[in-house]
Write a protein that binds this ligand. Structure first.
Ligand code: FEO
Length: 405
């Protein structure tokens, strides 16, 4: 028994859900699963838009068969070759050996790299598309919009003229398995989904903000009525599509969504943790509403990076370990700057017992950002905060709170 829902007349969702996968790309924790979306258009010609992960292969094949009924499959559009969408391609080709693959040259090359044993030439000549090519299915016409490096080089978005839907590949997608609902307008998206959409962006796509900006410019020329990504919920109302595009505009420029302070500390014996918790309390006293405090050794970087991009200000408490920057903080800051984090005001706390390079190393790593500005002098701690340093901490809180207004 399968429920395959129409997202627009003649366009069906044929994806599925995996609640067992614990880490996406073997890196990013999944607290509540993930979904894989594929779409099937029934018109004078039929077309399958992308496939799914092998974890849901059997239900996917069954869905495609059920929606197609006695129709043959004419076209199979491959818009992204990462295996979470591609390792069921070969299964579809065996079920429908007459289908024509539709993809760009880079996608075809990558497909052959991933599946070297497969001879794709036995399944007809693939249609190798170029930017702007339109495939006519009857009432539905599908235009190719290339989105290189969002987040792989071959990525293609499709704009379907009749429905006004953009099939956006990974972009606009989210971690999290849907609880029955398929559409953004059926849930409280801001409350229940946005944090996982944001974390998905800053895990998967965020490094490539310039390329995101480039594809947003191409999309600006289209009348977009809906967005159908490869993960997460479908945006079927124009206002929902606009909402997530606006978020992507901010994110692609590394602009904060809200005023707020994220404090990230490394701490062996909770002395730096104590300083950060006191600073957070002083910020709260000064009226800062959005405050998040993270132990860098406890929380996966994807959650912290998402919040550092959501909010305007940051504090990093950098302690020394073997005279170097505490390794979890070192790894975290490199991870953060790998995502090209920028446009933020920061404050630094430095903890040393007998010397070390932690502060210099942290500054060197953060220097990769062109517009990362220290609001005040670092607070220097020797092993544990001295009582009289509360005045320095208050001064730091004053500077951050003032900037946060
Ligand atoms: Fe969902 Fe880049 O694969």
């Amino acid at each position: 028994m399968l429920v395959n829902r129409e997202i627009s007349p003649g366009i069906y969702h044929v994806g599925g859900i995996d609640r067992r996968l614990s880490r996406f790309e073997n890196m990013f924790p999944l607290d509540s699963g993930v979904s894989y979306n594929s779409y099937l258009i029934i018109d004078e010609k039929t077309a399958l838009l992308d496939a799914v992960d092998k974890s849901i292969a059997e239900s996917f094949y069954a869905s495609v068969k059920e929606v197609l009924g006695d129709r043959k499959l004419d076209y199979f559009f491959i818009n992204h070759v990462e295996p979470d969408h591609c390792n069921t391609i070969n299964g579809i080709l065996r079920l429908y050996p007459e289908v024509k693959l539709v993809l760009n040259k880079k996608a075809f090359d990558l497909l052959q790299q991933f599946y070297r044993e497969e001879d794709y030439s036995q399944y007809n000549e693939p249609i190798i598309v170029k930017e702007g090519n339109v495939i006519d299915l009857g009432e539905h016409k599908i235009e190719h919009i290339f989105a290189p490096m969002v987040h792989w080089p071959e990525v293609t978005m499709l704009y379907e003229e009749k429905s006004g839907f953009v099939f956006s590949a990974d972009a606009f997608g989210s971690f999290k398995a849907p609880d029955g609902h398929l559409f953004v307008d059926q849930v409280n998206y801001a409350r229940d989904w946005m944090s996982e959409n944001r974390r998905y962006y800053w895990s998967i796509v965020g490094r490539h903000g310039k390329q995101v900006g480039a594809v947003l410019q191409k999309l600006a020329a289209k009348e977009i009525k809906g967005i159908a990504p490869l993960h997460g919920l479908v945006f079927r109302r124009p206002e929902d599509a606009r909402m997530i595009i606006e978020k992507y505009k901010l994110w692609s420029e590394w602009q904060p969504e809200e005023k707020g302070v994220v404090l990230v500390y490394g701490s062996l014996y909770d002395n730096s943790a104590l300083v950060c918790d006191n600073l957070a309390a002083l910020l709260a006293e000064r009226g800062v509403e959005n405050i998040r405090v993270y132990d860098v050794a406890e929380t996966h970087s994807s959650y912290i990076i998402a919040d550092l991009n959501r909010f305007s200000n940051a504090v990093f408490a950098c302690n020394n370990y073997n005279m170097e920057l505490y390794l979890p903080m070192d790894a975290f800051l490199r991870d953060l700057m790998h995502m090209n984090w920028d446009n933020r005001k920061i404050a630094l706390i430095h903890n040393q017992s007998w010397g070390g390079k932690a502060l210099k190393t942290a500054r060197d790593i953060l220097a990769a950002g062109k517009n990362i500005e220290e609001l005040c002098e670092p607070l220097q701690i020797k092993s544990s905060p001295a009582h009289e340093q509360i005045d320095d901490l208050r001064a730091m809180a004053d500077a951050i709170a003032e900037d946060c207004k």
